[in-house]
Design a protein around this ligand. Sequence first.
Ligand SMILES: Nc1ncnc2c1ncn2[C@@H]1O[C@H](COP(=O)(O)OP(=O)(O)OP(=O)(O)O)[C@@H](O)[C@H]1O
Length: 248
Amino acid sequence: MAELLVLERVSAGYGEACVLAEVSFGLEEGRSLAVLGRNGTGKTTLVETIMGLTTLHGGRIVLRGREIGRLRSDRRAAEGIGWVPQERSIFASLTVEENLTAVARPGPWTVERVYAAFPRLRERRRTPGTRLSGGEQQMLAIGRALVLNPKLLLLDEPLEGLAPIVVEELLAVLARLIREEGVSTILVEQHARKILPLTDQALILERGTVVHSGASAELLRDERTLEAFLGATGRRAAGRGASEVHAR
Ligand SMILES: Nc1ncnc2c1ncn2[C@@H]1O[C@H](COP(=O)(O)OP(=O)(O)OP(=O)(O)O)[C@@H](O)[C@H]1O
């Protein structure tokens, strides 16, 4: 299958400060990649670097054969990179439907198809962003990225701060998007065990470098690597949010 995205020895950070050091990986069309690592290891910086929101110190970022590492972030979005940031950033004053129609671009992902993937959004179509739950906001943020018809979807910690039951609902939707709809996706997460079953490949970052890279299914069985680089987050039990883990 053709390479969709290739990073070659990418070093990047904020201004002079270098956070990522020589990160390399490739992602094929229709495949998914989990980006794992403890707090502050550079996961968000990696997706922001792909999106063009950091300072590139070295290396190449290639999307479908085209070098995009020096393009502005709006150009990268136009080239087909859809980004759902950690803070979700939906239009709070608009309804669910207005949020979707305001940005939709022609392509296979229509508002109707988003409703089919997220039945909850169809139920809430006339509800303003301000009155949505955290899980609904996350679904809307993903739906909004999909109606832009991206070639590649970047999701930054989509499970963060959600109640356990909502986490399970969202995981089921993400599994459908990735496995059945074949949306090429890079998924940043701390909950390794939750997203490894959804993804094809995984890499683990530590202090801005790739310390593990391989098949997600293998990493899921590799207790030693999960323990060494992810510790409690790799072992975190199903359905538990961070606060519940700390409270035990
Ligand atoms: N805007 C910024 N300016 C300067 N340094 C930053 C900025 N954002 C992040 N950093 C630094 O970059 C490093 C990596 O942060 P990053 O947010 O990429 O980690 P992360 O793995 O996504 O962590 P988390 O899981 O907590 O979101 C940290 O040392 C952080 O302090």
